[in-house]
Design a protein around this ligand. Structure first.
Ligand code: PLP
Length: 393
């Protein structure tokens, strides 16, 4: 079984590039050039240097002693929350902006839902002095005011998407329309391991620094490169893809994927995409997505804005269908409790997305000598108001 992308852009049954004909040249250019550019020595040097000096990598791999004691196994936390801008997303935006420069692009566009990817994109555009336009649903602009302010302060133009449900999928449509109109000078930075081929593979490779570091860090601390399990939360699937990447072909390492069950899998208000999803096309790729019987995409729901996505990246759809990954869905309540638990036992306040991954202990049992690495995808500062409201703090 192959868990990597094949030369046609598929992970098993999923992936591909389902795009309007007007975008063929843009996507073809990327497909032809991305591997050559990413493997170039000068490119790697610049990427590594920025990850080190700007993002603050390597991020620590931390043995969480009190949490381990509580759950009866050895739990390591990969501290992506300590990155500049507070999450893993910047690994990808740094990579893509360097790639855009190599392609001679002068302008960056992006779509954002909760605003986290918009901020990560605006950040690297400021860093490189490149024009940045971020499309965002009108409703999301109202809901996510602090991130809109951050983007503006970083010099980006935030353009409201006013059609449809005025949320992420409408912002995506606007971004695609922009790209069709500006095919030569513009690069579209997609924020997760989704989109038409080669985006899922490209984003996964930029995020694969996470598992590359886990391997040597675990070797130093445990005397072995391979944990028994790696676990991560899944929205579109970029932090998870990076966490799994160097372990995909090693059957000794269990892969755990945690999705947002919202108010419960059967409640009609959830984002448990793999478990509830059916095959369909979203964001230019074939994958599992939540839809009605006649193929309308269902609005997802999760207390965490970053997991509130109706689809899942094609790699994860394949990990689900092939059985390579164990998929768990965690409700809002379970996630909030797990976030509070981490704060109280380890002094770390996680992003609510990440809190979902920390709730796996409600669903899976581990042995005392099992080594489990959980990717701590982001920090909880942005979610403080949600924690305050939920716990009456
Ligand atoms: C955006 C985000 C996620 C979800 O996105 P993926 O592409 O699935 O990783 C998870 N955690 C945090 C902190 C995020 O900001």
């Amino acid at each position: 079984m192959n868990y990597h992308v094949d030369d046609k852009g598929y992970y098993g049954d999923f992936g591909g590039a389902y795009i309007p004909e007007m975008l063929y040249p843009n996507v073809a250019e990327l497909k032809e050039r991305y591997l050559e550019i990413m493997n170039d020595t000068e490119f790697k040097k610049e990427f590594d240097q920025l990850l080190r000096d700007y993002v603050g990598r390597p991020s620590p791999l931390y043995l969480a002693r009190r949490l381990s004691e509580k759950h009866g196994c050895r739990i390591y936390l990969k501290r992506e929350d300590l990155n500049h801008t507070g999450a893993h997303k910047v690994n990808n935006t740094i990579g893509q902006i360097l790639l855009a420069k190599r392609l001679g692009k002068k302008r960056i566009i992006a779509e954002t839902g909760a605003g986290q990817h918009g901020v990560a994109t605006a950040t690297v555009c400021a860093l490189m002095g490149i024009e940045c336009v971020v499309y965002m649903g009108e409703i999301d602009i109202k809901r996510q005011a602090p991130n809109v302010a951050r983007m503006k302060m970083l010099g980006a133009r935030v353009v409201p998407a006013t059609s449809g449900s005025k949320t992420l999928k409408d912002a995506t449509n606007e971004a695609i329309r922009d790209w069709i109109n500006n095919p030569v000078d513009t690069h579209y930075i997609i924020g997760s391991a989704i989109g038409p081929h080669p985006y899922p593979d490209m984003v996964t490779r930029f995020q694969s620094i996470i598992s590359e570091e886990i391997k040597w860090q675990l070797k130093e601390q445990e005397g072995r490169e391979n944990p028994d399990y790696v676990a991560a939360c899944i929205g579109g699937g970029s932090n998870a893809a990076g966490t799994y990447y160097h372990y995909l072909d090693n059957p000794d390492v269990g892969i755990i994927a945690v999705e947002a069950a919202g108010k419960g899998i059967d409640s009609g208000e959830s984002a448990a995409t793999s478990i509830l999803g059916k095959e369909g096309i979203i964001h230019g790729c074939k994958t599992l997505l939540m839809q009605t019987d006649d193929g309308q995409i269902t609005e997802p729901y999760s207390i965490s804005a970053g997991l509130d996505y109706p689809g899942v990246g094609p790699m994860h759809a394949h990990l689900y269908r092939s059985g390579r990954g164990t998929f768990v869905s965690v409700t809002d309540d379970e996630a909030m409790q797990a976030g509070l638990e981490l704060a109280k036992t380890e002094g770390i306040i996680p992003a609510i997305e990440t809190s979902h991954a920390l709730a796996i202990f409600n669903h899976m049992k581990f042995k005392p000598d099992d080594v489990l690495v959980i990717n701590l995808s982001g920090r909880g500062d942005k979610d403080l108001n949600t924690y305050i409201d939920y716990f009456n703090l």
